[in-house]
Ligand binder design. Structure first.
Ligand SMILES: [Zn+2]
Length: 397
């Protein structure tokens, strides 16, 4: 048994002062305050307050929309390269993530999905994150495309966009061996509602986005069990006060959780604040939408089939001058600190938007919270939200 001691702990629903966190076989067995429980004699005690008196324990961050980092693109990486990305993610507090595709030719997408399914199964086999080699875990695949709106495609290549059909969805599902956990889809496309209902039936978190939808298809999508929205404001029909459209519903619906790229570039800080107010502490989700360029110097990088150029923290398509953003170089720890700064949220609530909320939105029951039965995936933070250590399945980095 391992027992962790800190100054504060966020479950993240609750705050516990002077906490003890008990880990057995890579899972959390109990969480309590020091006053409530004795430390068993045979336990291995790790007291983080020795190095940092006001140290905080929080669940490891869960990033449900991530294309790469540390020079690695999730669609192009080999199985041998992915650990470098997984290691990089832990340095920013991420313990679990959804590798996310972009719209590519179907064969290329299927090849990538097969490889990502391999990576997920390796992580599930429980050996990958033991010992000193701490790595974030790929937990499922997010299909961003090919069922996206031409009008709101962002940088997804138009020639790779497809109308939703059960046949194409089935092909992607088979290539991914059922590891698709999330799908971004434009609900106004012909055939979308049928695909949404089928994906939801397979426990995929269906997220509406890259969409020019008016209110009606959005309501139909929710009725067909869509339950989330992808990078709110970006690649979406803008809000109009008489034609509220997709944004009107996303911002006000209690049935939809929604995510946002809180880098201050994709969405202005004031609008991040508006989003957080609208969705509230329980429904706001932070994503990075990071590309291979995250954690790397300015330069040229690959985003699936797309070449992106990074300059001063902005990712744009190489050679295009219209300034369309092509993913980000955001990291999750930075997003959490930005939410504190942009909206004046507490560290506890900011952390919730990067842990419990994405895990709950994506149906990941054993992630994003420090409660008995959850995987022992944690981040050790300073009071300012700087990452000090990351722990995956009970093994500290
Ligand atoms: Zn993306």
């Amino acid at each position: 048994m391992i027992v962790l001691c800190a100054h504060r702990l966020f479950t993240p629903r609750k705050e516990i002062l002077n906490p003890l966190l008990f880990i057995e076989d890579g899972r959390i067995s109990a969480v309590s305050s020091r006053a409530q429980q004795e430390i068993p004699k045979n336990a291995t005690v790790i007291d983080f307050t020795r190095d940092l008196p006001d140290v905080i324990l929080a669940p490891g961050f869960v990033d449900i929309h991530m294309h790469g980092g540390a020079g690695i693109d999730v669609m192009l990486a080999s199985l041998a390269e992915l650990p470098r990305l997984n290691k990089f993610l832990t340095t920013h507090g991420v313990t679990g993530y959804f590798p996310t595709t972009v719209a590519a030719p179907l064969d290329q997408t299927c090849t990538a999905l097969r490889r990502l399914a391999d990576a997920i199964e390796v992580a599930q086999s429980d050996l990958a994150s033991r010992g000193d080699d701490i790595q974030a875990l790929p937990l499922g695949i997010h299909l961003e495309g090919p069922f996206l709106s031409h009008k709101r495609r962002g940088v997804h290549p138009p020639e790779n966009l497809l109308e939703p059909t059960l046949q194409v969805f089935e092909r992607l599902w088979q290539a991914a061996r059922g590891h698709v956990r999330m799908m971004t889809i434009a609900p106004e496309l012909p055939g979308a509602i049928e695909v949404i209902a089928e994906a939801a039936r397979r426990n995929v978190c269906v997220s509406i986005g890259h969409s020019d939808a008016t209110l009606e298809p959005v309501k139909a999508a929710i009725k067909a069990s869509a339950r989330h929205a992808t990078h709110t404001f970006n690649a979406m029909r803008p809000l109009d006060h008489r034609e509220p459209g997709i944004l009107g519903e996303v911002l006000t619906s209690r049935q939809l959780t929604a995510d946002i790229i809180a880098d201050g570039i994709h969405v202005a800080p004031e609008v991040v604040k508006l989003f957080l107010r609208a969705k509230g502490v329980a429904r706001a989700v932070l994503i990075t939408d990071a590309t291979a360029a995250a954690g790397m110097p300015d330069g040229t990088y690959q985003l699936g089939p797309i070449q992106v150029e990074v300059k001063d923290g902005r990712c744009t398509i190489l050679g295009e001058t219209d300034g369309k953003l092509a993913g980000s170089v955001l990291t999750m720890d930075r997003a959490v600190r930005n939410v504190k700064q942009f909206a004046g949220w507490s560290l506890q609530n900011s952390i919730r938007a990067a842990t419990l909320n994405p895990a709950a939105a994506a149906g990941l029951a054993h992630h994003g919270q420090l409660t008995p039965g959850a995987e022992a995936n944690l981040v050790v933070l300073s009071p300012e939200g700087e990452v000090r250590r990351t722990i995956v399945r009970g093994a500290p980095s």
